[in-house]
Design a protein around this ligand. Structure first.
Ligand code: GLC
Length: 477
């Protein structure tokens, strides 16, 4: 495709509403081309964006755009994107004394012209990013997009090409490597995913565990005859234990809270109740009155002596969307969303984290980060992009009514405010203080959610085909 050719020709919602038309226009305007081929979209087209890398194409931001492109007959773009990201790995810089993990993919890339006027692609593996963060989730979103691409187009040949096979093996071996771990969950540093600033999310955050599960599933794309059977088996076994472990130990409802509240501590041995030595004193005051009966959610993080009771939207929604939760958990989680609508969705779905950390906690956890002041940005801000996982999750749980209500609320708002990146305040009534406008995944999220609402079967066709699982519920008894 030539550089100025449109990426959409009469897309599905063309002319349906000014907001949807504008969402397509924004994606179009954000196109990044390499050698004449569309290969990605900038995170934002705001010329006044607070950081220059918003002009980059971020792997995680591109995911919802990629799904829309698949639906709009532009699988070629998704294939080019997957291919390009894979090739960028070679650009990763060696750090003195450190062996670089192969398989870690860049957070973002840009296409620029060098001194000789030639196009070149520059990747950021966290070596340029603010705070120097390792984007652990990039390889996971890449894998999920690959899976969606194969599922939707049926193009198994692409997945079976030697390069993709090699890449998949690298990603899976990297994720499955055991280091100092005793849990089946994946251990990551702070700021290594969508929340890419210090927010006390190091350890075993729920979002990474949901993405990890989806990544392990991609082992099914490996060709066993090339000596990969052991990896396929290992991935399957790890996935089984990971799912039941998260379902069992991360789940918090009034029953679980009651148990934790009366936990004995300092217990040795194997058959003990308080496996992680959680001290009841660490239960924050807000949770007991906030958590309604018959509702529940997956806690943000779990490790020795540590349960992070905050609600993290992306992790919780992905647990449902990727079929990693049980049916009962899906119902309880959507009931929480319904009963705590103001707190979790407010005027713009949805809060990334609830509640915000304040005071000394904010100072210690964020390192006094002014961008993450209470009820702003990652620390209690509302992110419009969450509309697509919210819709996917509520559809899976059979609560289309909630999904539609959220969508109708946000559509006029986002368009009127020109697609902000996030909103601030307890109810999300303020456009985020340092938010970009023209944020592409805000527009893509809204669009993608509309496709899912009108044709829920698309979820399955794009790789979200795993059913909610009842299997491990009995293990909780
Ligand atoms: C911010 C967000 C990150 C996002 C990026 C580009 O850094 O924290 O999740 O990918 O902006 O939009």
């Amino acid at each position: 495709m030539a550089e100025n050719e449109p990426c959409f020709t009469k897309p599905r919602y063309h002319g349906v509403s000014p907001a949807l038309d504008d969402a397509y226009r924004l994606i179009e305007a954000a196109g990044i081309f390499y050698r004449g081929q569309l290969v990605g979209t900038a995170a934002s087209v705001d010329p006044k964006a607070p950081a220059e890398n918003y002009a980059d194409c971020f792997v995680r931001d591109f995911f919802p755009v990629g799904l829309i492109l698949l639906l709009e007959n532009r699988a070629d773009v998704v294939r080019s994107f997957l291919h390009l990201i894979m090739q960028l790995r070679g650009q990763q810089e060696e750090l003195e004394g450190q062996q670089i993990a192969p398989g870690v993919m860049p957070a973002s890339f840009r296409v620029q012209r060098n001194d000789r006027g030639e196009e070149e692609v520059l990747a950021d593996f966290g070596d340029r990013a603010i705070g120097r963060v390792a984007p652990v989730d990039s390889m996971m979103w890449w894998s999920m997009l690959l899976y969606a691409y194969v599922q939707y187009t049926g193009d198994l040949d692409f997945a079976h090409s030697p390069e993709i096979q090699r890449m998949l093996r690298m990603i899976l071996s990297l994720c499955l490597q055991s280091r100092f771990e005793v849990f089946p969950t994946l251990l990551v540093p702070d700021a290594s995913f969508m929340i890419d600033r210090r927010m006390g999310v190091n350890g075993h955050p729920i979002e990474i565990q949901a993405l990890f599960n989806a990544t392990l599933r991609c082992a099914s794309l490996l060709l066993p005859e090339q000596g990969s059977q052991w990896l396929v088996d290992l991935a399957q076994r790890r996935r089984n234990v990971l799912r039941s472990y998260v379902q069992q130990y991360y789940w918090l409802d009034m029953d679980a809270l009651n148990r934790i509240y009366r936990f004995e501590t300092e217990m040795l041995g194997v058959n003990i109740e308080n496996l992680f030595n959680i001290h009841p004193e660490s239960i924050p005051l807000w949770i007991q009155d906030w958590l309604p009966d018959g509702a529940g959610f997956f806690v943000g993080n779990l490790g020795p002596g540590r349960m992070d009771f905050r609600f993290f939207a992306q992790g919780n929604l992905l647990m449902l969307a990727t079929g990693m939760a049980t049916t009962a958990q899906a119902q309880a989680l959507t009931s929480l969303i319904e009963q705590r609508w103001n707190d979790l969705l407010g005027r713009v779905p949805m809060k990334l984290v609830y509640p915000a950390v304040e005071g000394d906690e904010w100072r210690l956890i964020t390192g006094s980060d002014p961008k993450n002041i209470p009820w702003s940005y990652h620390n209690g801000g509302n992110w419009p992009v969450m509309i697509w996982p919210l819709v996917a999750a509520t559809i899976k749980a059979g609560r289309m009514d909630l999904a539609e209500r959220a969508w109708q609320m946000v559509e006029p708002r986002l368009f009127a405010d020109r697609w902000p990146e996030y909103y601030d305040g307890r109810l999300g009534r303020l456009v985020g203080r340092r938010a970009n406008i023209g944020q592409v995944w805000s527009a893509a999220g809204l669009l993608l959610a509309r496709y899912f609402l009108d044709e829920p079967s698309l979820l399955e066709r794009l790789g979200f085909d795993e059913k909610l699982d009842e299997a491990t519920e009995s293990a909780e008894e």
